[in-house]
Ligand binder design. Sequence first.
Ligand code: AVJ
Length: 329
Amino acid sequence: MNEAAVNIYDAHPGNADLQREVLRGLDKSPKSIPPKFFYDRRGSELFDAICEQPEYYQTRTEMDILRLCVPELVGLIGSECLLVELGSGASRKVRLLLEQLRPSGYVGVDISREFLLSSTRRLATDYPWLEVHAACVDFSHALDIPHCEVHGSKLAFFPGSSIGNFEPDDAVRLMADVAALVGPGGHLLIGVDLKKDIPTLNAAYNDAAGITEDFNRNLLWRIRHELDCDLDPDDFSHYAFYNPIAGRIEMHLVSKEERELRMGERVFHFHAGESIHTENSYKYTVDEFSTLAERAGFRRQALWMDADRLFSVQLLMVIGNEPGHAGSP
Ligand code: AVJ
């Protein structure tokens, strides 16, 4: 069988970034490592397994919402669009969109190269009518994707509440980049996890099967394999909790004992109980998120939620040269 064609664009910063950012993060006080480094091959597999856990309500809830809202969405967007998916991962959710929206082109954007290539190849095989692009990009730095010919509008898709990984100001910056990418009248369909009771939030990041724990600790396995260091991942424990003051889940790796960690020529000291902060996952109310979207230049066009209001899918449109909008000619 012929491999389906995928147009590949690779801006991946490579291994040097892991080393540089890990050293920089361990120099900070408190110590931290950016969550984008979770997603090596094993990390992406573990994240997929998290999404199947009964405590992790986000994925199935968002899928249920998408199943119900896509027909309405198609009415609002129309076909003949270019669909750009951010953090495409296994690209399961986007199949729902592709099948009903039937865009003329698809661009998958992800930092995890192998995962991106295999998932976009599968899409190209399953949808021969679709022009498929793969952009291996760290969009937390810059949303630098290849130019694609497009008739009609652009729709960006950012599912899974991955926007929650960004500090609110950075989330505004990223959404403003998306606004510039899709242009006036263009859209962003975004999944946003909502504020809710604390036990439900805590359980979602402390599943009984221990998958989230493995996912968190896999970051240390990755560092041990890819960098020159004397790290034993089992010396650190998984710690995840909702911080109601900051409005976010925090994930940490906590050193069980006092230790030194050698990395290249550097040595880092850990107190017993000292943590490496590995992830924030911000939760928003509908109103809080509207404020962020407006700061980025979007107006909300539609809002879909499950009956328990655990999760939301929001269609945002770039405020631009629409007739009647203040400031337009
Ligand atoms: C992919 C960032 C949306 O914050 O819920 C899941 C990542 N971390 N369990 C999230 C994650 C631990 C996830 N996001």
